[in-house]
Design a protein around this ligand. Structure first.
Ligand SMILES: [Zn+2]
Length: 253
């Protein structure tokens, strides 16, 4: 299967194509709900033996197309193999993705709904998450309309080995790293790396990463490519960054 030509894949075709690729790779489809006629689904593959449990999500903001397309490309390439047990939600905001807008059809930013659970999408997502075993590491894939380069957030309160440096190095092969020292109102810790120090649980509206860190994972990453760059470059960056992180975290000790 050749790589996805991002420009050639209509939003309406994404869910079906992802489902087909996932089933070919031995994943099980778990439909969570249906939005605007498009399934919001999780895909899981459990590998026997001691393996890290890794969670990846994308598409919670419908105007950020590179992350879902990057997960599709990785799924079709067989990246999600026997090295781990996988939990993947490739398109958390189907209605927004279909329209190319950040919010869902009701105008709600789904990535602020993990505390109140007002939306059907996040209610279904959280209900599913509560049935899953704890994750070792989670990756939430995003894009930023204001940045000029790649950056990431790390929530790693136990001080586990970091994957941030590995991901920054991988991103640098495909484009610039964000140079701002304050990103989205937060001081960077290193170039391109934000490690929020304030207790994230105090925030009034919870993004997915905060919820995951509070209830489901020991280590959480949010990855951000710059929307200003060409789509193909952003997809390649997301693929490279995630692949590098997976290679590092699944390497036998
Ligand atoms: Zn986003």
């Amino acid at each position: 299967m050749p790589p996805v030509k991002a420009s050639a894949l209509a939003p309406a075709d994404f869910a079906q194509r992802f489902a087909e690729a996932a089933l070919r790779q031995g994943f099980r489809a778990e439909p969570l709900t249906k939005v605007a006629g498009v399934p919001l689904a999780a895909y899981t593959k459990r590998t026997p033996g001691p393996r890290p449990r890794l969670y990846l999500s994308a598409g919670i903001h419908g105007d950020e197309p590179a992350p879902p397309l990057a997960l599709l490309r990785m799924m079709e390439a067989g990246v999600f193999d026997h090295r781990a047990t996988w939990f993947i939600c490739p398109l958390l905001n189907p209605a927004g993705f279909m329209r190319g807008i950040r919010e869902n059809a009701d105008g709600t930013d789904l990535n602020r709904d993990y505390k109140d659970l007002r939306t059907a999408e996040i209610t279904a997502h959280v209900k599913w998450l509560r049935c899953q075993p704890p994750f070792n590491t989670t990756f939430c894939l995003h894009e930023d309309w204001e940045s000029t380069g790649f950056y990431l957030y790390e929530l790693n309160p136990e001080g586990l080995p970091t994957l941030a440096d590995t991901m920054i190095a991988a991103a640098r092969d495909h484009g610039p790293i964000e140079t701002a020292t304050v990103i989205d109102g937060r001081e960077i810790d290193e170039p391109g790396i934000i490690r929020p120090v304030a207790d994230p649980l105090m925030r009034e509206t919870w993004p997915e990463a905060i919820y995951l860190r509070a209830h489901h994972t020991r280590r959480s990453y949010t990855l951000e490519t710059a929307s200003a760059q060409p789509l193909e470059q952003r997809i390649a960056t997301q693929v490279a960054v995630v692949t590098a992180a997976l290679n590092k975290t699944t390497r036998p000790a």
